[in-house]
Design a protein around this ligand. Structure first.
Ligand SMILES: NC(=O)c1ccc[n+]([C@@H]2O[C@H](COP(=O)([O-])OP(=O)(O)OC[C@H]3O[C@@H](n4cnc5c(N)ncnc54)[C@H](O)[C@@H]3O)[C@@H](O)[C@H]2O)c1
Length: 258
């Protein structure tokens, strides 16, 4: 076991990729707190995994400063400290790509980007006390897509692609946080997955398009949440103690940013 005794937060750990991270962290000996807005699901997950180690669920809106502050302090108290933060929660399953209204864009910014900073800031005083402080942010291969599939004959208004640029923002935030927290031995890295076959993905992408996405990967095959979890363990482990400010793309070769 690589993470025996470490104490981890996984935001959005109630389902999908976050749940796979929780399962893998438990398997490596960490105790885990799931911070999720969908508390019913988070509690269900915590109960289902309770025979694998210490796992707790706390209702949190990662976009709300007070909610984040209270949840992080509760984790520190109940688990006895914080060594690892996985900022995974985002508006993904419920994302409305066509909604470019200002309130929706602000919510997207809050949940997908500002939340990463809020959770990291709240956890930082605990992370700097740990000899194994680690932050792992969830970006997306979508940040590198830059595709526009709309009309090009008549200009119908500027599209936001808000999900994509919030994830680009996560990459930038990863580097700025890494530069600061590195002074206290805390590493900050990000994982940028390609299309990953979660329930949320299947709900928002039709099967024919999902198949086209798989075919666009040099390494064919549907990426599963479990295919990403090893990267979290690696970034959290002692093997990665000098690796910081890096974005690891896991998309079967579909995205190869410089
Ligand atoms: N599935 C993919 O294809 C894919 C690809 C690249 C990146 N990602 C990213 O991976 C992460 C997880 O994706 P997923 O497919 O498991 O999505 P998902 O929608 O199934 O999971 C998101 C989780 O975050 C929680 N959440 C949402 N808003 C929240 C809030 N305000 N506060 C607290 N919790 C909140 C949800 O309840 C849920 O448990 C997201 O950051 C997503 O952007 C997903």
């Amino acid at each position: 076991m690589k993470l025996e005794g470490r104490r981890a937060i996984v935001t959005g750990g109630g389902r999908g990729i976050g749940r796979a991270y929780v399962e893998r962290l438990l398997a490596e000996g960490a105790s885990v707190a799931i911070l999720d807005l969908d508390i019913d699901n988070a509690e269900k997950t915590a109960t289902e995994l309770s025979d694998r180690g210490t796992v707790i669920a706390i209702k949190t809106d990662v976009a709300d400063e007070d909610s984040v502050g209270a949840a992080v302090e509760e984790v520190a108290e109940r688990l006895g400290g914080i060594d690892i933060v996985v900022n995974n929660a985002a508006l993904f399953g419920d994302w409305k790509p066509e909604d470019d209204t200002f309130p929706y864009l602000k919510r997207m910014m809050d949940v997908n980007l500002l939340s990463v900073w809020l959770v990291t800031r709240a956890a930082a005083p605990h992370l700097v006390k740990s000899p194994y402080g680690r932050v792992i942010n969830q970006s997306s291969g979508t940040a590198y897509n830059y595709t526009y599939n709309g009309p090009t004959d008549e200009f119908t208004g500027l599209r936001s692609f808000s999900y994509s640029w919030t994830k680009w923002g996560v990459n930038g935030l990863t580097k700025y946080s890494a530069a600061q927290l590195g002074n206290w031995g805390v590493t900050v890295n990000a994982i940028a997955p390609g299309p990953t076959h979660t329930e949320a993905f299947s709900k928002s992408v039709d099967p024919a398009h999902a198949q086209r996405l798989v075919e666009a990967q040099p390494i064919k095959g549907a990426i599963q949440p479990e295919d990403l979890a090893g990267a979290v363990v690696f970034f959290a482990s002692d093997d990665a103690r000098f690796i910081t400010g890096q974005i690891l793309v896991i998309s079967g070769g579909r995205h190869m940013p410089a």
